[in-house]
Design a protein around this ligand. Sequence first.
Ligand code: BGC
Length: 902
Amino acid sequence: MIAIRQIQINFQNEQIGVTKLPIFSWKLESNNNETFQTEYELQIARDENFKNAIYTSDWVLTEKSIGIKIEENVELVSAKRYYVRVRVKSNYHEISDWSYTTFVTGIINQNLWKAKFITNPKDNRLVSDSSYFRGEANISKEIDEAYLFSTAKGVYNIYINGSKVSSDELSPGWTSYNKRILYQTYDVKDMLVDGANIISSLVGAGWYKGKIGFLNDRNNYGKSTEFLAQLIIRYNDGSYDIIGSSSNWMCKKGPIIFSEIYDGEIYDSKLEDELWTTLCAKKELIENNWEIVKELEGDLSILLPQASNRVKSNQIITAKQIITTPENDTVIDFGQNLTGWIEFKVNAKRGEKIIIECFESLDSDGNVYQENLRSAKQTIIYYCKGLGTESYKPHFTFQGFRYAKLTKFPDNFKMTDIKAHVIYSELDVTGEFKCSNQKLNQLQSNIMWSLKGNFLDIPTDCPQRDERVGWTGDAQIFCKTANFLTNAHGFYSKWLKDVEADQLVNGGVPHVVPDIISNNPKVEGDWLLSQGTHSAAAWADVAVLAPWNLYLIYGDKNILEEQFESMHKWIDFMNEHANDYIWNYKLQFGDWLALDAAEDSYFGATPNDLTCTAYFAYSTRIFSKICKILGKDEMSNKYRQLYECIKDKYQNTFINENNKLKIQTQTAHILTLYFDLAEEAWKKTIAADLVTLLENNNFHLNTGFVGTPYICHALSDNGYVNEAYRLLLNEDYPSWLYQVNRGATTIWEHWDGIKADGSMWSPDMNSFNHYAYGAIGEWMYQNILGIKVDEKKPGYKHFILKPLINKHLKSVVGSYDSVYGMIKVNWEMNSNNDVVIKLQIPVNTTATLILEDVINLQKESDICINNCEVINNNAMIKLGPGLYTFKYQQKQMINYNVTLDR
Ligand code: BGC
């Protein structure tokens, strides 16, 4: 039996607010091995019974089941739910049942925007407080469909008739507001009543107006917050209404008297006003200090829909223990470093002040450690209503914390009165990894928690200190890992649009996106940024590498088309500023934070000429492939030639006649190997030299942001599997597991965030929630589980399974829910080297399983294996969809210690 497990729209499970015909994909399931799709039929209709189909593909003879783009001109109208159904035929001549989904359109025709941005005339540019807005919508006919479209310059929550419209938080998120503001679409039919309805919103400063960026600036985008909402109601009689924010709306200062991303929130519940959400006459509002809003003539052409991946409270963590520190502070420990906010319950007197300060770590004496937050206060202040038990959680801020200091809190509280909300962009979890080494499992958990901690609408470097910006380099090196752990397609695609929007006219890519530094006059006085605000190798390369990864992982060619100009401009920028193919430019971060840096320097020892030119070559080669994929053959050749020239120059400059690197750093070797910059015959020497460098360093890495993501790849791809494992499993400083041993629950920015003696790295830059070094996650999925994409058949249509089965681990169980469906790998090896490996290959895909050092290979069950070759104990087995079990004995492995003493 063949069945459709899930239809995806634009690679997401849900799309609410699309303005063009989406792209469809579906995941198939079957109880037969070797099941492939042979045909599909897809229909789109205006009604759930499919009586009014606006598109029907009829049976299409194809195996293609992902990235289906309808080329025909199918017209969509705004504010309408569309129904989609798909069914497929298989090579077993079965027909699946129809599988159903829907999507909702946003505002397609710009003329349909009738709402105006409105503001509170009392909004003061220097104050990050809040405003209440309220408007009314009268309904007298029966509703067929009703959608609310809303956004703010600032951050907002929206309510209809007193109920919050959705679980979205911190909407509309952070984009390059001057160029793109996202609006949210909500299906509100069930919230509206016959007669008068009240639409209310609470708007705060957020990224738009509050302090943000390490230059500590406020008003980066504007002086006052603004809000916009528009209801489109379709009635059963065929008519419709558009009701939008306008000068008919009223406003008043809200109970949030301060709220900013870094510093927290101050909420005076005594200022709450029930009239905000209750029906009343204008006169009553005016008597209660409400006033008419100011209507603004904002540019509505920059409004774009946000159809998925909105920020939500995705998890709740209970308090794990109450600590009294040596300095006598009362501290709640949540047992997990996270990003979000605290919710608490109190029973206190009217006006009583509650103060809670959030922070990440205790110091070596067990006292509250806040220095690494720099100027970020992360403090919640709440003035009680005093009407019995009341609860509160913040609105327009977020904190990075594991601990909460109860600076002022009623004594008689219970642990259950305080909990933590984990706030991040909604993402489907796609990766699972569990192995026999608990510390590696903790490392995976830490990586996932740093993803949750930093994927809050944009990919941030860290969530706690006064930074929290979209550093392009961090997002670049973590992209593949993020997309193993979660379906981050929508999250990255959204942010890449800002990368493009903020890209300079000359093609330069800002260091941070949204770019709040390039035009900032304070840059001149900054020790670092005064040297340059854009175009650093590995950072700016996100413009090419992130779309490329999304293409490989999701098989999404569309993203290459959409980002093409941005990529092209970036490659040309490097070319233009290269000197005889050696590229380097103004401020470079190099192998940022590498341990081979000079004393007191953040910059690793690998010269910028090398890191920059290596990335120049790598991105150019990928860009040439992209041109080819998009059918731009001439361009592809041109950039292929450019790549060859860069590679030649790289070899002539950095590799000597003995095939050795002139730069004796780990990172120089890693980049040369991983970016394929050496001739095949030289790689043996270079890889051996990398191992020698490690041995000379007591077999520890000393790499930073540039070398670390690829170090294990460079080893295992070049025959040093044991060494890769050994590095991964090191437990003393510097290593991934050193942090785990020190109790880390997220990934640290520094290898020695907390030193062996318990003291802290300098507080000026010591984040305990920085996913960059978590890029090792990708190596674990690709090599321990062995799941590798095949560039020629992206999206895992065909993939390589090459688990590096190794004595370092007894067993591994893992999976990746690809765009085609679930890939599962499960292996174990006993002390006799007997291996059992179990696999699941999704319907409609194929895989090539590669096993090394194999003796006596047996397959369990009588499944047919297309093709199996064993040469010199290396097996290559072609597999179709289905479940497989293999057993074999692994040839005597090179003993771990022997390798060490070589
Ligand atoms: C950030 C990094 C970032 C770097 C630039 C730091 O302050 O936290 O993660 O990439 O600056 O080098």
